[in-house]
Write a protein that binds this ligand. Structure first.
Ligand SMILES: Nc1nc2c(c(=O)[nH]1)N[C@H]1C(S)=C(S)[C@@H](COP(=O)(O)OP(=O)(O)OC[C@H]3O[C@@H](n4cnc5c(=O)[nH]c(N)nc54)[C@H](O)[C@@H]3O)O[C@H]1N2
Ligand SMILES: Nc1nc2c(c(=O)[nH]1)N[C@H]1C(S)=C(S)[C@@H](COP(=O)(O)OP(=O)(O)OC[C@H]3O[C@@H](n4cnc5c(=O)[nH]c(N)nc54)[C@H](O)[C@@H]3O)O[C@H]1N2
Ligand SMILES: [Mo]
Length: 654
């Protein structure tokens, strides 16, 4: 048995450092690497079971060609030569007829490695394919933050321990920030007050003293009301504001519109609740907002982020250790990924397709050049992307040549003409910089990739050669690319670079106080003045919110039966009074529907939920899952997903 260092490649702020045990052929166990002072010696239930996924009999180990109707899941093995040859021939013919924009790449965050996540961009720029605008996650929040805070980073998770008032705002700690839980317990033991602000009592509730459950899409109104109370009750830090912010006077002049009485019909919160929250925030020594992203996946998510970002400025929280926010922008760009992304190869004016609008794009909407080929890698749009039924209709098109690079037969892969076998992280080389804190780790393979599995970089290198394109990576291997990115990093000292290249997880402290990285070094509070407007919504009576599940990560880990069993059946959570009115009891089956589709699932009444709200945790495999109910509309800023801004009818299942 040998033990090697590795890192978790999943789309998660934690970015755990790992110790992987192998018998030389297979991975026998995965635990946390104590060399990472944040994530330490333990990992989540998902990673703990990853060895079962690596050895799963359902892994795809050779290229496969479709032998049955699209979506039937019938395939037969072909060689890599045949697969690459077929893709090159089909693409050459399509490009000759329609131009290269007829090819659409589709990827998101199956792996977070700098090389394998991003190398497709270099390749597709070189090809001249349609460009994918990748705003599937928290781009609305980032875009809103930037208008107030510029490029400023926020706290590191361990800084939260110094706070005496922690607002867990729209975040599920046990699911998405598990290593923050011990820090929160420590803060609590030191006397910190912890309040969860969400649309339901998510599993973070047991870490909090109290839960404030508001209406989905109303967070901006709550933040503006808190500002109004802080101002009216003299709880703002005028000295900090005068030195470090501009626009406070202008913002202050509008706050009269946002008294807790005026926002009550928006948030559903009593004025007393909002006043108590604002007073607790304003009187705290170092208030900290741990800010998730759920609230921002709405038609007003950018604006809501702007109002929330004004709160720490109003009370001068950034000047106090532990004060400010954690979770917005906790990791500065430690490396420059352009050697793999190759922005210099991007063609001016090329057709852009928003990642959230795959369904409409495949139906010819919003595109000048129709899409005749789709290349999906490290993403599962048939499960995770809005308007599932439109996507499935598009994937079923006989004239769409679809290639999916995957590890197992996902809902998307079932529709492929060709499937290419993909690796797990223990089989590849890459460089990881998690987005939840300042960390970097270089990872080498621990075991040989099984069967004929090839990495994203290998496939794009083969495709470039087959299509007669110059190698977009300058003929450099993943090892050479990682080394070049580490060596060019302005954020790392020579000693840190050496440690990174030796495979150690290198964790950097956040500076205190954090620099305000805007053009003038000030927080911008009225650029324009934050406001609240109604999200997209819809005519149906219940607001539908998608939330993360503890035992899966988006659609990843759906391949592990043990985790699926722990997660249980597809469920929606409802407010008890709403359920009673509808005649629904805990465990009943209900149908949620709107103009896009219909989903049947179990009803759970075990957790408090805001009135007129329906919460669906997790992404399940199959058809008629939650994204058959989510519209492909975009957020106010950042052209981001509005996954949490939909409405549905709810009725007992027949
Ligand atoms: N176990 C697990 N880990 C994960 C993931 C997962 O699915 N499972 N997902 C990964 C990914 S891709 C990401 S982006 C990160 C972060 O993942 P995010 O999806 O950003 O999740 P969180 O930040 O934990 O929390 C989202 C919370 O927002 C709440 N919410 C939804 N709408 C509103 C609203 O209008 N107002 C308020 N106040 N709350 C609202 C939901 O109820 C939920 O509790 O986690 C990553 N880690
Ligand atoms: N209803 C609902 N929808 C959601 C969410 C939700 O919570 N609820 N979350 C949203 C969020 S925040 C996000 S970020 C997106 C995430 O959406 P995606 O990025 O599509 O994430 P996953 O569903 O995890 O699918 C990733 C796929 O990549 C594959 N993969 C992993 N590594 C590699 C590799 O090295 N090469 C190749 N070729 N494939 C690989 C995995 O096997 C997996 O099938 O989903 C969004 N959609
Ligand atoms: Mo995400």
């Amino acid at each position: 048995m040998s033990i090697y260092r590795s890192a978790c490649p999943y789309d998660c702020p934690e970015g755990c450092s790992l110790l992987v045990e192998t018998d030389g052929n297979t991975v026998t166990s995965i635990t946390g690497d104590p060399a990472n002072p944040y994530t330490g010696g333990w990992v989540c239930a998902k990673l703990h079971r990853l060895p079962q996924a690596l050895a799963s009999p359902h892994r795809i180990l050779t290229p496969l060609r479709r032998t049955g109707p699209k979506g039937s899941g019938q395939f037969a093995p072909v060689s890599w030569e045949e697969a690459i040859g077929e893709i090159a021939a089909r693409w050459k013919a399509l490009m000759a007829q329609y131009g290269p924009e007829t090819i659409l790449p589709y990827s998101y965050a199956g792996t977070m490695g700098a090389v394998h996540r991003n190398c497709g961009e270099g390749f597709f720029h070189a090809l001249g394919a349609s460009e994918l605008k990748r705003t599937l996650c928290s781009s609305g929040k980032s875009a809103g933050w930037e208008t107030v805070m510029g490029n400023s980073c926020d706290l590191s998770p361990w800084d939260v321990a110094h706070s005496d008032l922690i607002l867990l705002w729209s975040t599920n700690i046990p699911a998405t920030r598990a290593h923050l839980a011990p820090i929160l317990r420590q803060a609590r033991a030191n006397g910190a007050n912890i309040i969860l602000i969400d649309v339901y009592e998510n599993p973070s509730a047991h870490l909090a003293h109290r839960c404030v459950l508001l209406q989905p899409g109303s967070d901006g109104a709550l933040a503006l009301s808190m500002l109004q109370v802080l101002d009216q009750e003299g709880l703002t830090d005028e000295a900090w504001l005068a030195r470090h912010a501009d626009g406070w006077e202008e913002l202050k002049a509008t706050l009269g519109c946002w008294t807790p009485e005026k926002t009550q019909s928006i948030t559903g919160l009593t004025p007393e609740t909002v006043r108590e929250l604002a007073r607790a925030y304003g009187r705290a020594k170092a208030p900290c907002i741990v800010l998730g992203s759920g609230f921002s996946r709405t038609g007003n998510g950018g604006e809501a982020t702007r109002a929330i970002a004004a709160l720490p400025a109003a009370v001068g929280a950034w000047a106090k250790r532990g004060g400010g926010t954690y979770g917005v922008c906790s990791s500065p760009a430690l490396i420059d990924k352009s050697p793999v992304k190759r922005p210099d190869l991007a063609r001016l004016g090329v057709q852009v397709v928003n990642i959230n609008q795959l369904g409409p794009a495949l139906a010819g909407q919003g595109v000048k050049t129709p899409i005749h080929s789709l290349y999906v890698y490290h993403a599962n749009p048939a499960a995770v992307t809005s308007d599932q039924n439109a996507i499935l209709r598009g994937l079923a098109r006989e004239d769409l040549f679809t290639v999916v690079h995957e590890r197992y037969l996902t809902d998307t892969a079932k529709y492929a003409d060709l499937i290419l076998p993909a690796p797990y992280m223990v089989e590849t080389t890459d460089l990881y910089t998690p987005y939840g804190y300042r960390q970097i780790q270089y990872v080498r393979p621990v075991v040989k990739a099984p069967g004929q599995v090839k990495s994203n970089w290998e496939v794009f290198t083969l495709l470039a050669a087959a299509l007669g394109l110059e190698d977009p990576y300058g003929s450099r291997t993943p090892e050479e690319l990682c080394r070049a990115m580490v060596e060019a990093s302005p954020a790392l000292s020579p000693a840190e670079k050496q440690r990174v290249l030796a495979g150690e997880p290198v964790v950097l402290e956040s500076p205190f106080p954090l620099p305000m990285e805007t053009d003038d070094g000030k927080v911008h509070l009225s650029d324009p003045i934050p406001t609240w407007f109604a999200p997209h919504g819809g005519p149906e009576p219940f607001r539908l919110v998608c939330a993360p599940a503890v035992h899966t990560l988006n659609s990843s880990f759906n391949e592990l039966p043990a985790l699926q069993a722990l997660r249980g059946e597809m469920t929606v959570r409802l407010n008890g009074d709403d359920a009673a009115r509808l005649g629904l009891a805990h465990g009943d089956r209900a149908v949620c529907s709107n103009d896009l589709g219909e989903m049947t699932c179990i009803v759970a009444l075990d957790k408090a939920v805001a009135p007129r709200t329906v919460v669906a945790e997790g992404v399940y495999p199959g058809k008629n899952t939650v994204n058959c109910l989510t519209h492909p509309r975009l957020s106010d800023r950042g052209e981001a997903t509005t996954l949490n801004d939909n409405t549905v009818w709810v009725r007992p299942a027949p």
